[in-house]
Design a protein around this ligand. Structure first.
Ligand SMILES: [Fe+2]
Length: 444
């Protein structure tokens, strides 16, 4: 073992001389050391045979004067076969010039003269063997570094590929999740629209009320800069705010709120709690339940069911209260002056029934959304087929199905769900082909 802990491997030394006495004496000399494994050739050709059979020869010592092939010629051939082996020429004084030329050409590492000094020769061979070991170790380390580099590159490439594969898998999963979310949201919206349709079928007094209330709530929420999620929730809650009325008797439903006796009023007020209870089992709708419960709370605390006041009433419920109050008032007036009159009547509600901080946003939004009601030069009438309906158009007259069911009350503003519902109803229960709508003359 060496001092570095490597297994000690003797260096192979090839001795080539046509004089057997010389090779014998060299072998004897070198055998005193454990460092060498000795090989012998008695001519240049024999030396080449040994080289071909022992590719790990480290030191080659050759006599210069040999028949057929000189030492320099032999070492030149040996160099081609084993470029890393250290080549030494043994030469007499007469051949020194040839030896120097051979060294200069690179065929020989060094030369030694005959007769030799044993010590000098042993030192020269020991140096040559060390030199060879260094070259061999250097090559081994280079090969190791090259192999490790290749492994590292391969590992890097595989790592990169794995990261790319995983990224692509994550992206696929995320896309599919987004698609599923979209489908879920869409079927969620459709369910809410369907429920809202049920409410309006039950309470025919003001068709379109839930839808118009919802549009106004959504428009106010957007104007206030609320998040898309809040806008969606508030709109859904507004669509369902009177879902508790489904359980009311026809008699109670047909009466105006102001004309109810005490018992009827108590029964009427229960619709907010029944509404919350109706949707509570649906986890996704549970948050909307609170807005439904509190849509009749008054800002001054005089409302029902819990008598909440001011900011204790959830914002969504306060917005629904404003839109609900306004939409109901619209139906009390003739169409031409409905918007102005309803807005005027609203004046007395701020601070008592309604949240006064919402007055400004309400005015801006209601005017923009319901200006169609002001039948001015900017608004024109147009007859369209169900397929030609566009979001924002407003229904001019009540719309009945082919079998006579009132579908939408005049004044209803079409949104995409409403248009879709009308088109589906037209397929099932066809009505008059032309629907009269009001549109902004600029959009004609
Ligand atoms: Fe209500």
């Amino acid at each position: 073992m060496s001092e570095h802990g490597e297994v000690f491997v003797p260096v192979k030394v090839l001795l080539v001389d046509d004089e057997v006495n010389i090779t014998k004496s060299l072998r004897r000399l070198l055998s005193q050391e454990d460092d060498y494994e000795i090989l012998v050739g008695n001519s240049g050709d024999e030396g080449l045979v040994q080289i071909r059979e022992n590719e790990d020869i480290g030191v080659i010592i050759s006599d210069q004067r040999m028949p057929q092939m000189t030492g320099v010629e032999f070492l030149g051939e040996a160099r081609k076969l084993l470029p890393d082996a250290i080549r030494i020429l043994l030469t007499g004084y007469a051949d020194i010039e040839a030896s120097i030329a051979a060294i200069n050409q690179g065929a020989v590492y060094r030369y030694l003269t005959k007769p030799w000094q044993d010590d000098e020769l042993l030192t020269a061979i020991a140096e040559a063997a060390d030199h060879f070991r260094l070259v061999r170790e250097n090559k081994r380390l280079n090969a190791l570094v090259t192999r490790q580099n290749a492994e590292l590159q391969d590992w890097n490439a595989r790592l990169k590929q794995r990261v790319l594969d995983q990224t692509s898998q994550i992206r696929e999963k995320s896309d599919s999740l987004a698609e599923k979310n979209k489908q879920l949201r869409s079927s969620f919206s459709e369910t809410i629209e369907a429920l809202s349709g049920l409410i309006e079928m039950r309470d025919r007094k003001v068709p379109g009320h839930s839808r118009n209330t919802a549009e106004l709530v959504a428009a106010m929420a957007r104007e206030m800069g609320l998040s898309a999620e809040d806008v969606r929730s508030y709109r859904s809650a507004a669509l369902l705010h009177d879902i508790g009325k489904i359980g009311m008797t026809d008699e109670l439903l047909s009466k105006d709120e102001g004309l109810l006796d005490e018992a009827e009023l108590i029964e009427y007020q229960r619709h907010v709690i029944r509404g919350q209870a109706a949707i509570d089992p649906v986890l996704e709708l549970r948050d909307l339940g609170l807005l439904i419960r509190h849509h009749h709370e008054n800002f001054d605390g005089s409302g029902f069911p819990d008598g909440l006041a001011k900011e204790a009433i959830p914002l969504g419920a306060r917005l629904i209260a404003v839109a609900n109050c306004f939409e109901a008032k619209l139906h009390h007036f003739a169409e031409a002056e409905a918007l102005d009159e309803a807005l005027k009547e609203m004046a007395q509600e701020w601070g008592t029934r309604l949240d006064p901080t919402l007055e400004k946003v309400f005015h801006a939004t209601a005017k923009a959304l319901f200006s169609h009601l002001e039948f001015t030069a900017e608004v024109v009438e147009r007859k369209v087929s169900p397929k030609e309906l566009v979001v924002g158009m407003q229904l001019r007259h009540d719309l009945h199905s082919g079998t006579g069911v009132l579908l939408l009350k005049k004044g209803t503003i079409f949104d995409e769900f409403g248009i879709d519902a009308i088109n589906r109803c037209f397929m099932i229960d066809p009505f008059e082909r032309e629907i009269t709508v009001l549109i902004d003359s600029q959009e004609k």
